[in-house]
Design a protein around this ligand. Structure first.
Ligand SMILES: Cc1ncc(COP(=O)(O)O)c(C=O)c1O
Length: 370
């Protein structure tokens, strides 16, 4: 084959998803594995969403509603926006793509932090844009550094707030001050995939940030149904933005970008406050328990505003990750991000958390870390 691949595509390293359970069991010959590696919802999906999917199965021969009318209405009502300020995507991943497609031309610059959610930089590479990547400072976005990096070629700034993988959130006062200093020509994307898990005093007023963009940068907030709403497998996320920005994103989206089952599931999940609250309670209680237990066995845990947190395991994280895989527990090593002794774990159910702590303890002893 002689097909020519452009250099910007050749240099992309494919996104490394958390190891699926089936793959681990096939490769390592283990059974009854648990996955605490992809910040998914340990309590499954809303039963109401599953029922809505069931009810919709007889309509699969029809195209979905390309305007996402009812889902957009439900989101607009939940978050207090008007429907023309909401864009729905095949995961919030897809809205990241819309933003880059709509605003970035070859040679334009996009600012991100390292480490942060990996998809931003990949999408920019596909578009032939220039990634300006700033290291986190003490595990937080370096807002001053980001401001100093803005040029007249800067189109977008991505801030995952809370950040993935460090689970830190920006102090609201610092964020407001930062946004007032970003030039009008730039759009700041606040990726709020984990917003539901944040402490109240870390939450920002997205409504006024999106609405009051006169004389300063535009703000887009990204949200997802993959985490607190438990619908990662069906792929649905959304963005809140000015109607003007939404109009630009509609131009680059496919007509039927969100499938029919995802639309009905997300509408039902919004209404299922019981499941949502159960998830938030499970994360809050599970995280507090886990953090206490990992300290007891000699590790250090980092504070977290999300459904996952980092742990200093006092030894090489990749060796520990491998040892845990052999015992059927999937977590993430943060070594590739430059945190040699750190792993990331997602809060699971009571049973999963218990299994994680016991396995961690066994592996720490075997490797002689504690
Ligand atoms: C910070 C952040 N943004 C976006 C996403 C993607 O979410 P979605 O499943 O809606 O595409 C993730 C997924 O892990 C994430 O961690």
């Amino acid at each position: 084959m002689k097909a020519r691949v452009p250099d910007n595509i050749k240099s992309i390293v494919p996104y490394p998803p958390g190891k699926p359970i089936e793959e681990l069991e096939r490769e390592y010959g283990v059974k009854n594995s648990i996955k605490l590696a992809s910040n998914e919802n340990a309590w499954g999906s809303s039963p109401k969403a599953i029922e809505a999917i069931r009810q919709s199965l007889n309509n699969l021969h029809r195209y979905p509603d390309g305007s996402n009318y009812y889902l957009v209405q439900a989101i607009a009502e939940k978050d207090g926006f008007s429907p023309d300020e909401v864009i729905v995507g095949n995961g919030s991943d897809e809205i990241i793509e819309f933003l880059v497609k709509a605003y970035v031309e070859s040679g334009d610059e996009v600012i991100t932090s390292h480490p942060s959610f990996l998809m931003y930089q990949k999408v920019v590479q596909v578009r032939g844009g220039v990634n300006r990547v700033l290291p986190l400072k003490g595990m937080h976005h370096d807002l001053d550094g980001i401001l100093a990096t803005v040029t007249d070629r800067t189109r977008l700034i991505f801030l995952d707030n809370p950040n993935n993988p460090t689970a830190t959130a920006i102090e609201p006062a610092k964020l407001y001050s930062f946004l007032s200093d970003v030039p009008e020509s730039v759009i700041v994307v606040l990726d709020q995939a984990y917003v539901d898990f944040m402490d109240y005093d870390k939450q920002v007023d997205v409504y006024s940030l999106v609405k009051n963009s006169k004389d300063r940068c535009g703000v887009v907030a990204l949200r997802t149904f993959s985490k607190a709403y438990g619908l990662a497998g069906i792929r649905v996320g959304y963005g809140l933005m000015s109607a003007e920005v939404a109009g630009h994103l509609h131009r680059v989206r496919q007509p039927f970008n969100v499938n029919q089952l995802a639309q009905v599931a997300a509408i039902a999940a919004i209404k299922d406050t019981e499941f949502h609250e159960k998830t938030l309670r499970g994360v809050r209680e599970g995280k507090a328990w886990l953090q206490k237990e990992v300290e007891k066995i000699g590790c250090a845990s980092y504070p977290s505003q999300t459904n996952f947190f980092l742990i200093d395991v006092k030894g090489d994280a990749t060796a520990l990750h491998e040892a845990m895989l052999h015992k059927g527990v999937i977590i993430r090593s943060m070594k590739a991000y430059g945190y040699t002794n750190v792993i990331r774990v997602t809060v699971g159910t009571t049973e999963e958390n218990d299994r994680f702590v016991h396995t961690l303890n066994d592996c720490l002893q075997e490797l002689g870390y504690v």
